[in-house]
Design a binder for this molecule. Structure first.
Ligand SMILES: [Zn+2]
Length: 384
């Protein structure tokens, strides 16, 4: 074996054995899944399927049948019917234990803000995976909880901040905003004045009229959320790019955040651009320029499946290696938690392994960068 080849293999082995911090993830489903529910959970579309189309016929579908089937004791490339029958036979708890337990994740940082009733809570995620789980608080969900309790407009801002700080002090390690979904990043970047926040809260609370179905979309209040996250001085995650059909993708381009990033730079609060596809190169640029910006290519790694090598290669262009993190953004089927780590390891090993073999990267540097992205950048930022 030549030296380059030997180093490449040593690298692949080391990446396979690294334990990861999944810095943005949701719980796995607690209960059983029928075919419809499973299929609905492996697409970001909320629309009815087009006739003759199944999400199993996709990069993600193929990756599940290739890589999750063996974790459930099946051969690779079984049919969707065989796969789902085995899942039913094992039951949700054993399926979750196998898929989460073999992922090699030491810490899940869990965004608890979306449809959490159907999902395993932090403690169950930790138990079934054999790792630890910490909370990420979704800012808009806190505001919606406050709105449901029907405060006066004058009291809204203070009640929101008190509740946010109570959640953070209870052990959360970061905040998250879904402003991309609720309005898009074409927001006035400036911190809103207290009077503006009260007026916007008044209009919102009046529109809700004491109802329980609340959804924060007001641009002034969304800016107030973002600046509250900056003021909290904990890492603030922002969903960027690819996501479900709630999103207007053109308005989820992180370059639209440039002025906000500049204005919030003096606070030194880390801004974590989540997932970013197909704007991962834009995210890499922002991370390159601004010391307060970090990014990941989570969720897309699962959806592009066998193409994830290209995605990971593109994430290793201008984005500094100390500014990238691992995430799966898995929500629902534990297949997504499992695949996130497996596909990332495969892609990272293949891409960097080639550079090692060609003599472009030393094995030592490659191992150091793998460890930065897999866990050390997250450990440093979130003080794990
Ligand atoms: Zn998410």
């Amino acid at each position: 074996m030549k030296g380059g080849d030997r180093d490449r293999r040593a690298f692949e082995e080391a990446v396979g054995a690294l334990s990861l911090v999944d810095h943005h993830v949701h719980g796995a489903f607690r209960g059983p899944l029928d075919r419809t529910k499973f299929e609905r959970s492996i697409t970001e579309s909320d629309r009815a399927l087009a006739p003759g189309v199944t999400p199993f016929d996709s990069q993600l579908g193929f990756a599940i049948l290739r890589w999750c089937a063996p974790a459930l004791g099946l051969s690779p490339h079984v049919s969707p019917e065989e796969y789902l029958a085995r899942r039913t036979e094992l039951g949700p708890e054993e399926t979750n234990r196998r898929l989460l337990g073999s992922s090699g994740v030491s810490h899940y940082l869990v965004d608890t803000g979306f449809a959490a009733e159907e999902l395993l809570d932090l403690r169950a995620m930790a138990t079934l995976s054999g790792g630890q789980a910490r909370e990420i608080v979704r800012l808009e969900s806190v505001a919606e909880e406050v709105a449901r309790a029907g405060p006066s407009a004058d009291a809204f801002a203070k009640t929101f901040l008190d509740r946010l700080h109570a959640r953070l002090e209870a052990g959360a390690v970061g905040t998250k905003s879904v402003a991309a979904y609720r309005h898009g990043f074409e927001l006035d970047p400036a911190r809103p004045e207290p009077g503006e926040v009260t007026r916007a809260a008044s209009a919102w609370l009046t529109a809700i009229g004491g109802g329980q179905r609340v959804r924060l979309t007001d641009p002034t209040l969304l800016r107030f959320m973002l600046w509250s996250g900056i003021d909290a001085r904990l890492p603030m995650q922002l969903h960027v790019g690819f996501g479900d059909s709630d999103l207007h993708l053109a308005r989820a381009n992180p370059l639209l955040l440039t002025d906000f990033i500049r204005q919030s730079e003096p606070s030194r609060t880390p801004i974590l651009l989540l997932h970013c596809y197909p704007f991962h190169r834009e995210a890499g640029y922002l991370a390159h320029i601004y010391p307060n910006v970090f990014f990941d290519v989570g969720v897309a790694v699962n959806y592009v499946g066998a193409q994830s090598k290209q995605l990971v290669a593109e994430s290793l262009e201008v984005g500094p290696f100390g500014k990238q993190l691992y995430s799966s953004d898995a929500w629902g089927p534990a297949e997504l938690h499992h695949l996130g780590t497996l596909l990332w390891r495969r892609a990272f090993s293949a891409v960097v392994g080639e550079w090692i073999e060609a003599g472009d990267w030393s094995l030592t540097n490659a191992l150091r960068v793998a460890s930065l992205v897999a866990r050390q950048n997250a450990e440093r930022l979130y003080a794990l």
